[in-house]
Design a protein around this ligand. Structure first.
Ligand code: ZN
Length: 348
């Protein structure tokens, strides 16, 4: 089995200023830039100077306005022949779209996230609209990830809290995966599970959880990157996505105003840990120490919608055994949501 992982990784302050140098070192001479909405105005100066200094030519540049697969296909068709790498600069939408462009045109992709709100920037799939419906489409693993921690620090903080929430999920997801093995014999890829667990551990046991600390931002970013890699190794989402993700997907479909993916997942992970029991002490520590609880208290999810999502969650994915498939777990979860002191404040 051949496993492709990103080989060019730069997670550090001011990495953006060196983008041209990194591309040049990889042998890329003509690149296509795909910008997230509003991102070009913020970073085009820095990037233009950096590319010019390294003699990297911008052969194509466009802004990503949609997440429609047809549009991404058209962008691919319009790509000049001489382009030898495509560069996505922005948030999840721009990166998902550009991953598809890279996939259909068989070009290497360099992901340059300017905010991090989940673990998709290094995963092998893209969330795109196909015939009007949101779907996860198999695309490609980025060849490179260039992440400027100073840029991430200056992005609005709710994105980073969302990234943190998506990290909580690895503890509950790996528990669910192992449970699926015990109860149904579903094979666990031990290496993938270990990579996801280690990523979560690196975050949990980092002491200085200060959102303004560049080293901490680097820890969050590299942990999310590793959970993306764990999905590549597993050939599926199991190490990064369990019952907590089912609740979040259900919440997306029932809520009048869905929140950010990682914020929903983070709250759901905390709730799920209560019925998994052995993950609970850790998750309670995680939500309190990271400031996630304080943030959610100010920006709660809708309680009625969350309860609906819990009931709907087991039907979201077929043949996906989780703790929610166990008898009595639903009732226990509902009780916890009603009674727990933190839970009450993260929902309103
Ligand atoms: Zn996620």
């Amino acid at each position: 089995m051949e496993i492709l992982v990103p080989t060019l990784l730069r997670i550090k302050p001011d990495a953006l200023q060196k983008l041209g140098k990194y591309l040049h070192q990889e042998g890329f001479k003509n690149v296509a830039l795909f910008w997230g909405e509003g991102v070009e105005a913020m970073f085009s100066n820095t990037i233009t100077i950096s590319l010019a200094a390294a003699s990297v030519n911008v052969a194509h540049s466009e802004t990503v306005f949609t997440n429609d697969i047809e549009d991404a296909f058209k962008s691919g068709k319009n790509l000049p022949y001489k382009v030898d790498a495509v560069v996505a600069i922005g948030g999840g939408k721009a990166i998902d779209y550009t991953k598809y462009v890279a996939f259909v045109t068989q070009r290497p992709l360099i992901a340059v996230p300017t905010l991090i709100s989940n673990d998709a920037f290094a995963s092998p799939g893209s969330s795109l609209t196909v015939d009007g419906k949101r779907k996860t489409v198999k695309t490609i693993v980025p060849h490179g990830v260039i992440l400027d921690t100073a840029v991430i620090r200056s992005a609005p903080k709710h994105f980073l809290y969302s990234g943190i929430g998506d990290l909580f999920a690895k503890t509950t997801a790996v528990f669910d995966w192992k449970l699926a093995f015990k109860k149904q014999g579903e094979p666990v890829n031990d290496f993938a599970a270990t990579v996801a667990t280690n990523a979560a551990d690196t975050f949990t046991y980092y002491n200085h959880k200060d959102m303004d600390d560049l080293e901490y931002i680097g820890i969050i970013a590299s942990s999310l990157l590793m959970t993306g890699i764990s999905m590549i190794i597993a050939g599926g989402s199991r190490p990064a996505s369990g019952s907590e993700h089912l609740i979040s997907h259900a919440y997306d479909s029932v809520a009048a105003k869905p929140s950010l993916h990682g914020l929903q997942v983070g709250v759901a992970s905390y709730a799920i840990s209560a019925i998994q029991k052995e993950t609970h002490a850790r998750l309670r520590c995680d939500v309190l120490e990271s400031g996630f609880f304080d943030f959610m208290k100010e920006n709660p999810l809708n309680k009625a919608d969350f309860l609906k999502a819990v009931l709907l969650a087991p039907q979201i994915k077929e043949n996906y055994f989780t703790i929610l498939s166990e008898r009595g777990s639903m009732e226990a979860l509902e009780r916890f949501i009603e009674d727990d002191d933190l839970m009450k404040q993260m929902l309103a």
